[in-house]
Design a protein around this ligand. Sequence first.
Ligand code: CS2
Ligand code: MG
Length: 403
Amino acid sequence: MMKITSARVILCSPGRNFVTLKIETDEGIYGIGDGTLNGREMSVVSYLSEHVIPVLIGRDPRRIEDIWQYLYRGAYWRRGPVTMRAIAAVDVALWDIKAKLANMPLFDLLGGRSRDKVLVYGHANGTDIEHTSDEVGRYKEMGYKAVRAQSGIPGVKGAYGVGRGDMYYEPADASLPTETVWNTGSYLNFTPKLFQRLRDVHGDEIHLLHDVHHRLTPIEAARLGCNLEPYRLFWMEDATPAENQEAFRLIRQHTTTPLAVGEIFNTIWDCKDLISNQLIDYIRTTIVGAGGVTHLRRIADFAALWQVRTGSHGATDLSPVTLGTAVHFDTWVPNFGIQEYMRHTPETDDVFPHDYTFRDGCLHAGEKPGHGVDIDERLAARYPYSPKQLPIARLQDGSMWNW
Ligand code: CS2
Ligand code: MG
């Protein structure tokens, strides 16, 4: 019987914090998994170190499903972002080992290619409409066929999604949460003007996406969806907080703007009703956030029953290990929609050597056995963890809102 001989958490910060799990076996094959949870990394480090690694040693790494069930059912306190990220880190490392054992790229082990390339979208953001429009143009020149557009809003300090650089946007910017202010009225008046300008300048071909980032109530989201219909968005994302999945019915009955949700979901239970009532068009759950390949495959197959497609989250706070595994998953999954692709910094790419490539608006999986991503531990050690938290948002009267 093959055995897991060691499992180590590697915490590093090449531009931003990442939690990586490396599982080694008695046959010299190792696997790498991502457990990064933006702003809560140390919770996952502790969960893995204290509660998961001790039960892994000595187990057969080929028993992926049994280990997943053991870690899910055995937790007793099921679900949640920390637990499911810890399970995902183990799961991805085990799929990496199994694909290496089978001497095939992960997409082949999952069932082979369903497509030759994976459509992605990038993030264009600017301080105002003209700047954002120029950024959309820059992403078109880089070959992107799909671009998310977020803009600064007059009178709104720290509007969501407006980065400080022009390629990398990392919102976890301080050891204590940065306070931002939100104004729904300004946002609702402004956003249709942004997309009208983008369509006027860039035409109808390019896919335009927008992330509301949980900021609206259902009826406000319904209004925005209606107002954006003339600009034919690829999707309007996180239109309203989704703890109450039923809330999306109010949005759905008012607008044909496609809806995407799920980057903060961590199991199929968070999206079962959204999918089975066709309240959404894309499910954004991720390899790292939703329990790894094993669980994301269940979510995708369930979603296919209602023609809901995948649209996995792919921000900089998901490590190249997640992105690389996602490209393999996206290469296989029949009901693929689109993959978010926020570029990592050069130092991150150096720490996580990988064989996925970007070309002509798409990501292309490599053919190496496994998920094609590794970690350079020596280099990682040069970037020590640095505590960071995500911002918070308040309304102008000072009350807490949704960042
Ligand atoms: C955003 C994320 O990319 C997105 O769709 O919602 O960038 C999100 O703000 C970050 O992942 C939070 O860490
Ligand atoms: Mg989002």
